[in-house]
Design a protein around this ligand. Structure first.
Ligand code: FAD
Ligand code: NAI
Length: 475
């Protein structure tokens, strides 16, 4: 006899577990199925984000940043330290314990919200009267029936043809977060978000890091002025970033990896590294879902085809997060999860794709929301721009971290904020104010007239708003 639910969520990443919680809050009987295993084979809900993504990468970024500060920046504060050493095994163990706290936190939330959790793979069996049958396999076999299904099966790393991940020498994000000793030479293919974050971790710990990027421009999706500033800072730190590259044959030996590549001038080059991380984007994951059994439609990229409300082609089947169109970000997945739960309950769920913030957790951090200056130019939109450097911000000077700026773009006529772009200290936190402002369709003058605490980094945001009207007070 199969167990009956109002909703079955397949996948317990940020899209899935949040959808499950919100659906339970709204009074539905909810099951969530997730197959991720921890090192002892037990459940590890939280998906890519918790296990091999957002959380562990930020843990390693923090540890390596402390090490870098102790080595290079404590002295300017009058603190002398000698014999600074990094115990990589301990750093990785700390990261693992942070991950476990998050896994356990989600299991607790499932209990608290009376969500039935099934550890195993969920697959469509067939449509049944008033819903769908889902089989759980890989642990205790179960047959479930749900009136509605939310697919939140996430994404996996895109491999480079001819260089499959072995997670020893050729690493995806998974292996990159488990490197056990600082490699002397580390190569990365792709200078996107993972390339820069992981490259930063191992560069700070002493690896010689080279990133090979196919595109001719650095961080093409980022506002040009911000990308230039960040590029300058990364090169100064010692990251080698080669742009406009064509990667050729990759040979994996016992002791290292040899990469043949051609530079932007068309000259043949080789790169010998101890380990190679491939970070060239991610692909939607529907492996093992048995989507064809019920006729669930995928698009050309292999993502589940959904409309703006996350409805698939099948009645009562929804999909959220990395497995559907849109940015592959944990907070986007969460927002879609909440919106879908509310729609299932007959409410009006809402996700504003224009105000989804992006953050790259390097040092300096890069964060943005809304449109870039190049996008506004391409759209022919009349705008005014204002920027303010952290060099002129008192708190940044006191912190000893004055790289970068806040840049605000506002409509030339209405003054509505169209985009905010930050490179600099705590950009990840500063961007929240700008997201709120854009959600409320604030003008740059609104921000300029709001009292910001002194001394704080957020004063740079206020000053960037003042700069839109060419009236900065401190620059
Ligand atoms: P996922 O988190 O991928 O979860 C999907 C879950 O479904 C997994 O647990 C999987 O095991 C399970 N599953 C799949 N198929 C089945 C099945 N058939 N049955 C049962 N279970 C199944 N985003 C940010 O916003 N901020 C960051 O700082 C950030 N850092 C990142 C760093 C790295 C290194 C990586 C790789 C990604 C990072 N991301 C970050 C992206 C973020 O991790 C993803 O956008 C997010 O995890 C997507 O959530 P999701 O719920 O759609 O899928
Ligand atoms: P990405 O899309 O950010 O960057 C991939 C880079 O690889 C691009 O610059 C692309 O031009 C380059 N590339 C593609 N093919 C190539 C080739 N053959 N040779 C050389 N370069 C090539 O993807 P990434 O870094 O793998 O991350 C995947 C996704 O995970 C991100 O897009 C983001 O959605 C998410 N993520 C988010 C983080 C955050 O929010 N802080 C952190 C890490 C990942």
């Amino acid at each position: 006899m199969s167990q009956q639910f109002d909703v079955i969520v397949i996948g317990a990443g940020p899209g899935g577990y949040i959808a499950a919680i919100r659906a339970a809050q709204l009074g539905m009987r909810v099951a969530c199925v997730d197959e991720w295993k921890n090192s002892t084979g037990g459940p590890a809900p939280g998906g890519t984000c918790t296990n091999v993504g957002c959380i562990p990468s930020k843990a390693l970024l923090q540890s390596s940043e402390h090490f870098d500060q102790a080595n290079h920046h404590f002295a300017e504060h009058g603190i002398s330290v000698s014999d600074v050493r990094m115990d990589v095994a301990k750093m990785v163990a700390r990261k693992d314990s942070v991950v476990k706290q998050n896994n356990d936190g989600i299991l607790y939330l499932f209990k608290k919200n009376k969500i039935s959790f099934f550890h195993g793979r969920g697959a469509f069996v067939k449509a049944v009267d008033g819903g769908y049958e889902i089989a759980v396999s890989g642990g205790k076999e179960e047959a479930l029936v749900g009136k509605q299904i939310v697919v939140a099966t996430g994404s996996t790393a895109r491999p480079l043809p001819g260089a499959p991940f072995d997670e020893q020498m050729v690493l995806s994000n998974d292996g990159a977060l488990r490197i056990g000793a600082v490699p002397k030479k580390l190569g990365l293919i792709g200078s996107g978000v993972i390339g820069l974050e992981m490259g930063s971790v191992w560069r700070r710990l002493g690896a010689e890091v080279t990133i090979l990027e196919a595109l001719p421009e650095f961080l093409g999706v980022v506002d040009l002025q911000i990308a230039k500033e960040a590029h300058k800072a990364f090169l100064k730190q010692g990251l080698k970033i080669e742009l406009g590259v064509t990667v050729g044959a990759i040979k994996v030996g016992k002791k290292g990896v040899n990469v043949a590549w051609t530079n932007a001038k068309g000259e043949a080059q080789t790169l010998d590294v101890d380990k190679l991380i491939i970070s060239i984007g991610r692909v939607p994951n529907t492996v093992g879902l048995n989507a064809q059994a019920v006729g669930l439609k995928l698009d050309a990229r292999g993502a589940i085809e959904v409309d703006a409300q996350c409805r698939s082609n099948l009645p009562g089947v929804w999909a959220v997060g990395d497995v559907v169109r849109g940015p592959m970000l944990a907070h986007k997945a969460e927002e879609e999860g909440v919106a879908v739960a509310e729609r299932m309950a007959g409410q009006h769920g809402h996700v504003n794709f224009n105000t989804i913030p992006w953050v790259i957790y390097t040092n300096p951090e890069i964060a943005w929301v809304g449109q870039t200056e190049q996008q506004l130019k391409a759209a022919g939109r009349a705008y005014r721009a204002g920027s303010f450097p952290f060099l002129a911000n008192g708190r940044a000077r006191a912190l000893g971290d004055t790289t970068g700026m806040v840049k605000m773009l506002a409509d030339a006529v209405t003054d509505e904020i169209l985009g905010v772009h930050i490179v600099g200290p705590m950009a990840s936190e500063l961007i929240a104010e700008c997201v709120v402002a854009m959600e409320f369709r604030a003008s740059s003058e609104d921000i300029a007239r709001i009292c910001h605490a002194h001394p704080s980094l957020s004063e740079a945001t206020k000053e960037a708003a003042l700069a839109v009207d060419k009236r900065t007070l401190n620059f």
